[in-house]
Design a protein around this ligand. Structure first.
Ligand code: HEM
Length: 516
C-alpha cells in the first residue's frame, strides 16, 4: 500500500511538473538552447537586464539561440546580420506579435491594443495602414508647424528656467512635453498649454510610463509562469493603470467630439477619421490608433533627445556641438537655419547625429516582440509558426562585426561608411512591423537638435553628482522598463546669442499663432 501511494505521489508530481514545464512551441532542432531550470526556464538567469545577459550568451551559443521563459519558448537574435536575416529577409513571415497576459488581458481590456502590440490580422492591417498614411513623408511635412510650435515652447522655457545659462536644469520634462504635445495636437487637435509642471502632462507621462513597464519583456514573470497570476497584487496594479489611462483617453476623445460638433475642431488624424464616412475603422480601431499615437512617441522621442543632450554636454560632446554648429552655418550662412529646418533636412551632420543617437541609446533595447505566421528556415533549422522572437536591438546596434568601435558615440560613422547603408540601425526595429512613426520621430529629433545647437552651448553640470551616466544600459532608471527612462541629471544651457534667439522665438510665435 505505501508503495502505491508513493508511486501515485511521484506520478502526480511528474505530471504536474510536465504540465507546468511545457512550452508553447516544442524545442527547435538545430538552434542552441541555453540550459534552464524547471518551470522558470531561464527567467532567473536573464534577470532584469535581458539585453546584456543575452549578448553574453550569444558569445557562447552563437548569434541566435533559444531560451525558455516559463512556458514560452523564445528565440533571441543578437547580431546585426542575424536580425537582418530574420526580421528583414523573412519579413512576410515574421509579421505578427505575441500576446502576453498582463498587457493584453489586464491593461488593455478597455481601450484595446496599440498597433505595436497587436497580432497580425485584418484589423491590425487596417490600423497600421491608417497610421502609415497619417505618418508618411508628405503627411509629416504638413505637421511641421506643430514641431515648430513645440520646439519653440520647450526652448523658450529652457531659456527662462536656465536664466541665461546661470542655473543648471534637468531637460527631461521639457522634452516629454515636446513629444506629448506633438502627439496630442496631431491626434486630437489639442495641446497642453501649461508649463512643464502641468498636472495632465505629469499624469499622462506617469501612466504611460507605468503601462510601458507592463509591456516590458523582463518585468512580468506572470506572463511566463501562469501560476504567478494567482498572486493578486500584480493584476491590481495593472488594473489601476488601466483605469487612470481610460480617464484621460476618454476626456481627450470627448473633447475632440465636442469640438467637431461645435465646428471648432482643428485638423487632426482622429478628426479626419471620425468625419470620414468612407473610413472603414470601427470605434475600437479608432481607440487603438489614438492609444498608439499618444503612447508611441512619449518615451522614445524624449529618451533619445535627453540622452543626446547628456552626451553633447560632456567634454567630447563639445567637439560634436562645435562641428554641428559649423556645419549648420556652412549650409545656412544667412542665419535662417531655425526656419529652414522646417522645410528641409539639409545638414547631413545633424541627420548623422540623429542616427547615431538612435543607435547608441537604442531606447527599446529588446525590441517589441514578434511572432511568425509561417515557417521560417534559418541555417537548416525550422521555426514553426507561433514562435516568439526577441530582437536584442541593443546588442545588434553594438555589434563590432558591423560597427567600427561601437562603444564610441561618433555621428561621423553615418556620413561616409557603409555602416549607414540599408537599415542603418535597429533603433526603430526592422522589417514589416518596423516603427510606423520613424519619419515623424526623425523630423522631431532633427528639428530639436538643430534648434538646440543653434540656440545654446550645452555644458555639463559643475557638480559631478549632477552629471549623467552615458552608458546605454546604465543610464536607465528602471532596468526592467520596455523603454529607457534616463536617470535625472542637469545641464547648463548657455545661449549663444540671446537677442538673436529671442528674435527666432518671436518669429516662430508669429508662424504658429493659429496652433496654440
Ligand atoms: C525616437 C522615437 C521612436 C523610436 C525609437 C521608436 C521605436 C519603435 C520600435 C523599436 C518599434 C518596434 C518595431 C519592430 O517591431 O520592428 C516601434 C513600433 C511602432 N512605432 Fe515607433 N518609435 C519612435 C517613435 C514613434 C512615434 C512618434 C510614433 C507615432 C506617433 C510611432 C509609432 C509606432 C507604431 C505605430 C509602431 C507599431 C508598428 C507595428 O507594430 O506595425 N513611433 N517603434
Amino acid at each position: 500500500m505505501p508503495q502505491v501511494i508513493f508511486a501515485a505521489v511521484v506520478a502526480v508530481f511528474y505530471f504536474l511538473l510536465r504540465y507546468f514545464n511545457r512550452t508553447d512551441v516544442p524545442k527547435i532542432k538545430g538552434i542552441p538552447e541555453v540550459p534552464g531550470i524547471p518551470i522558470f526556464g531561464n527567467l532567473l538567469q536573464l534577470g532584469n537586464d535581458h539585453a546584456r545577459v543575452a549578448a553574453r550568451w550569444a558569445r557562447e551559443y552563437g548569434p541566435v539561440f533559444q531560451v525558455r521563459m516559463g512556458n514560452r519558448r523564445i528565440v533571441f537574435a543578437n547580431t546585426f546580420e542575424s536580425v537582418r536575416q530574420l526580421w528583414i529577409k523573412e519579413q512576410s513571415a515574421l509579421i505578427s506579435r505575441p500576446t502576453f497576459h498582463t498587457f493584453h488581458s489586464v491593461v488593455s481590456s478597455s481601450q484595446g491594443f496599440t498597433i505595436g502590440t497587436s497580432p497580425w490580422d485584418e484589423s491590425c492591417k487596417r490600423r497600421r495602414k491608417a497610421a502609415a498614411t497619417a505618418l508618411n513623408r508628405p503627411a509629416v511635412q504638413s505637421y511641421m508647424p506643430i514641431i515648430d510650435l513645440e520646439s519653440t515652447a520647450s526652448i523658450r522655457e529652457l531659456l527662462q528656467d536656465s536664466q541665461s545659462g546661470t542655473v543648471e536644469v534637468n531637460p527631461t520634462a521639457y522634452f516629454q512635453r515636446f513629444a506629448l504635445n506633438t502627439s496630442l495636437t496631431l491626434n486630437y487637435g489639442v495641446r497642453i498649454e501649461g508649463n512643464v509642471d502641468d498636472e495632465m502632462l505629469r499624469e499622462i507621462v506617469a501612466v504611460e510610463r507605468g503601462v510601458s513597464n507592463f509591456r516590458s519583456t523582463s518585468n512580468n514573470w506572470q506572463d511566463y509562469v501562469p501560476l504567478l497570476r494567482l498572486w493578486p497584487s500584480k493584476n491590481r496594479e495593472a488594473e489601476e493603470f488601466r483605469l487612470r489611462r481610460d480617464a484621460y483617453l476618454t476626456t481627450l476623445l470627448d473633447m475632440l467630439k465636442a469640438n467637431i460638433k461645435a465646428g471648432t475642431d482643428k485638423p487632426c488624424i482622429t478628426g479626419n477619421i471620425l468625419k470620414d464616412p468612407e473610413a472603414k475603422l470601427n470605434d475600437a480601431e479608432v481607440k487603438s490608433i489614438c492609444l498608439t499615437m499618444v503612447s508611441a512617441g512619449l518615451d522614445t522621442v524624449p529618451g533619445n533627445l535627453i540622452m543626446a543632450i547628456a552626451y553633447l554636454a560632456t567634454e567630447d560632446g563639445q567637439r560634436i556641438q562645435q562641428k554641428a554648429y559649423d556645419e549648420i552655418n556652412a549650409v545656412y550662412p544667412d542665419g535662417d537655419a531655425w526656419e529652414r529646418c522646417l522645410l528641409e533636412e539639409k545638414v547631413p551632420y545633424i541627420t548623422a547625429l540623429v542616427k547615431e543617437t538612435l543607435r547608441f541609446w537604442t531606447v527599446i533595447p529588446i525590441c517589441l516582440p514578434r511572432e511568425n505566421i509561417k515557417e521560417i528556415e534559418y541555417h537548416g533549422a525550422v521555426f514553426p509558426p507561433g514562435t516568439s522572437f526577441f530582437m536584442n536591438a541593443w546588442a545588434a546596434n553594438y555589434d563590432e562585426t558591423h560597427f567600427e568601435s561601437p562603444q564610441r558615440f561618433y555621428p561621423e560613422r553615418f556620413l561616409t561608411s557603409t555602416e549607414g547603408a540599408g537599415t542603418p540601425h535597429y533603433g526603430y526595429g526592422a522589417g514589416s512591423r518596423m516603427c510606423a512613426g520613424s519619419h515623424l520621430a526623425n523630423r522631431e529629433l532633427y528639428t530639436a537638435f538643430l534648434r538646440l545647437i543653434t540656440a545654446f552651448t550645452m555644458k555639463e553640470a559643475k557638480n559631478v553628482q549632477d552629471r549623467p551616466i552615458i552608458d546605454a544600459i546604465e543610464c536607465n532608471s528602471i532596468p526592467t522598463a520596455l523603454t529607457t527612462e534616463p536617470k535625472p541629471f542637469k545641464v547648463r544651457f548657455i545661449p549663444r546669442d540671446e537677442s538673436q534667439l529671442k528674435t527666432w522665438l518671436a518669429e516662430s510665435d508669429d508662424r504658429t499663432k493659429h496652433y496654440s
